[in-house]
Design a protein around this ligand. Structure first.
Ligand SMILES: [Zn+2]
Length: 135
C-alpha cells in the first residue's frame, strides 16, 4: 500500500495527494484516495468533504473505523508542517505523510512534540489494501 501511495504522490507532484486511512490501533487495513480540494493544492491539502462525510457515516453504521489521514509533501520532508498542526484536531487520529520516497506517521495530540500537535508513531501498513475501504 505504501509503495502504491508513493507512486501516486510522484505522479501527482507538484500537487499534494490526500486520502483517508482505515484501521485501528496503529494498523492500516485500507485507504481511500480523495480529491485534494484545497485552493492551492501545490501547497496545501483538503480532503474532499464528500469523501470524509461518507467515511464518517459508514463508520457510524458499523463500517471500517477511520484511523486517520494521509497526504504528500511533494517537495518537502515528511515532517508535519505548521499548517498541518494548525489544521489537526487533537483527536488522536493518525497523520501519514509521504513525499514519493519516504514516509512517516504521527498521531495528533494535545501536547505533541511537533508544533504542540503531533507525536511520531509506528504505523503498520503491511496488511492494507487500497480503495477497498468505505464501500
Ligand atoms: Zn502537510
Amino acid at each position: 500500500m505504501l509503495a502504491e501511495l508513493q507512486l501516486f504522490a510522484l505522479a501527482a507532484a507538484p500537487e499534494e495527494i490526500c486520502g483517508i486511512l482505515f484501521g485501528r490501533e496503529g494498523r492500516v487495513s485500507g485507504y481511500r484516495a480523495a480529491r485534494n480540494v484545497a485552493d492551492d493544492p501545490c501547497r496545501h491539502f483538503e480532503i474532499d468533504p464528500a469523501i470524509l462525510i461518507a467515511a464518517e457515516r459508514a463508520q457510524r453504521g458499523g463500517g471500517e473505523p477511520i484511523l486517520g489521514y494521509y497526504h504528500s509533501h511533494p517537495a518537502g520532508t515528511v515532517t508535519p508542517s505548521i499548517t498541518d498542526a494548525e489544521s489537526a484536531a487533537p483527536d488522536g487520529r493518525v497523520w501519514l505523510i509521504l513525499n514519493g520516497q519516504d514516509a512517516a506517521a504521527w498521531h495528533s495530540a494535545d501536547n505533541g512534540e511537533i508544533y504542540g500537535r503531533f507525536i511520531a508513531m509506528e504505523l503498520d501498513c503491511s496488511g492494507a489494501k487500497g480503495q477497498t475501504a468505505a464501500k
